[in-house]
Design a protein around this ligand. Structure first.
Ligand code: NAD
Ligand code: DAO
Ligand code: ZN
Length: 381
């Protein structure tokens, strides 16, 4: 019986920017009111973890326990928690859903303000941490999730119970990349049968946009990526065309020229899944005059800005953004799990690497290789 007591467990601690994570034993305090302690079974590594660890994230603070794409089982709950109970299978949500704040009740956005301020500071809503190292020092939380620990504590608004039949070693990916891309296509953009779509960047996010566009019956799904190795994956996930702008353009031709030419004036929808601000501009300008919409999903490096001629917007192109695919984690996650069971949503196909948790630093290395979409770590190993 561990409820109400501190738990000692393995975690990967980010002590310093640019340094490998330290795998060590930490202490995880019991959950306070409106908090949930979860035994994390599986977590993947995403670019945002690497971005923060690299030190270029101006909001990155150390020492911290990173990780935000994870799933596990509720070990215990604090007072007043009503949405989950011990034994529930859950996914951690970096985009909370309190169902009460101005954002949640607006029906216009999946952003939620309930834990925003403290989550950004790396602490729980009461301003303190539940993680301590062997020296008794506090360790910061990350994105309200901290899935790089066998046990973590989440705000109750940052956790969703899922169908226990869903395999946690796979659906942990619904905690970020897959949901982000799929949701951006079917929810933020709400692409329809017959629409033409271009997706810039064929990582997990971009390929998941592709699968959303395919499910909706889009007529053309063009993937643009500078890495030719992505061509096979693009076609497996549903792309109709693949363009490598480094190799497939005529002399003097731009990617925008090419896309506009092959789509009779431009795309109905484009998606940036690269985080490169120049690509974001191309994606906007490749949209059809009068109605084309470009959705920014990629997270640009600190300080970067986007630009275009205002005339692009005056003439009807629309620039939008999407966080976590516009998906409300607590109310909509089980719909995605159903889509997964029904074969409409691919998840397993994104898992290119599996490792034991102690190999977490190798999983960060995997991210730099073109053959890796996601590495899933098993926290029992
Ligand atoms: P990834 O690195 O696996 O994929 C990026 C792809 O873009 C790669 O295939 C790469 O070859 C390609 N690329 C790079 N530069 C390019 C260029 N100039 N032109 C065309 N293609 C180019 O990353 P991912 O996990 O798929 O994530 C994609 C982006 O989405 C990242 O910026 C990530 O931080 C962001 N993201 C955003 C959200 C959100 O909620 N908005 C959530 C998760 C991830
Ligand atoms: O509500 O102000 C806010 C911030 C919401 C956070 C949205 C994050 C979107 C990008 C995250 C990157 C990938 C994990
Ligand atoms: Zn809210």
């Amino acid at each position: 019986m561990t409820a109400g007591k501190p738990i000692k467990c393995i975690a990967a601690v980010a002590y310093e920017a640019g340094k490998p994570l330290t795998v060590e034993e930490i202490t995880v305090d019991p959950p306070k009111a409106h908090e949930v302690r979860v035994k994390i079974d599986y977590t993947a590594v995403c670019h945002t973890d690497a971005y923060t660890l690299s030190g270029v994230d101006p909001e990155g603070a150390f020492p911290a326990i990173l990780g935000h794409e994870g799933a596990g089982i509720v070990e215990s709950v604090g007072e007043s928690v009503t949405n989950v109970k011990p034994g529930d299978h859950v996914i951690a949500l970096y985009t909370a859903e309190c169902q009460k704040c101005k954002f949640c009740t607006s029906n216009k956005t999946n952003l939620c303000s309930s834990v925003r301020a403290t989550q950004g500071k790396g602490v729980m809503p009461d301003g303190t941490s539940r993680f301590h190292n062997a020296k008794g020092e506090d360790l910061l939380h990350f994105m309200g999730c901290s899935t790089f620990s066998r046990y973590t504590v989440l705000a109750d608004v940052s956790v969703v119970a899922i169908d226990p039949k869903a395999p946690l070693e796979k659906v942990c990916l619904l905690g970020c990349g897959v949901t982000t891309g799929y949701g951006a296509a079917v929810k933020t953009a709400n692409v329809q049968k017959g629409d033409t779509v271009a997706v810039f960047g064929a990582g997990t996010v971009g390929l998941s946009v592709v699968q959303g566009a395919k499910v909706r019956g889009c007529s053309k799904i063009i993937v643009v990526d500078i890495n030719d190795d992505k061509k096979t994956w693009a076609s497996e996930f549903g792309a109709t065309d693949f363009i490598n702008p480094m190799k497939d353009l005529k002399k003097g031709e731009t990617i925008v020229d090419k896309l506009v030419e092959i789509t009779d004036g431009g795309l109905d929808f484009t998606f940036d899944c690269t985080g490169n601000v120049n690509v974001m501009r191309d994606a906007l300008e490749a949209c059809h005059k009068g109605w084309g919409q470009s959705i920014i999903i990629g997270v640009a490096a600190a300080g970067k800005e986007i630009s275009t001629r205002p005339f692009q917007l005056v003439t009807g192109r629309v620039w939008k953004g999407s966080a976590f695919g516009g998906i409300k984690g607590r109310s909509e996650m089980n719909g995605l799990i159903s889509d997964y069971f029904d074969g409409k949503l691919k998840v397993d196909e994104f898992i290119t690497h599996r490792r034991g948790f102690t190999e977490i630093n190798d999983a960060f290395e995997d991210l730099h290789h073109g053959d890796c979409l996601r590495t899933v770590l098993d926290l029992s190993k």
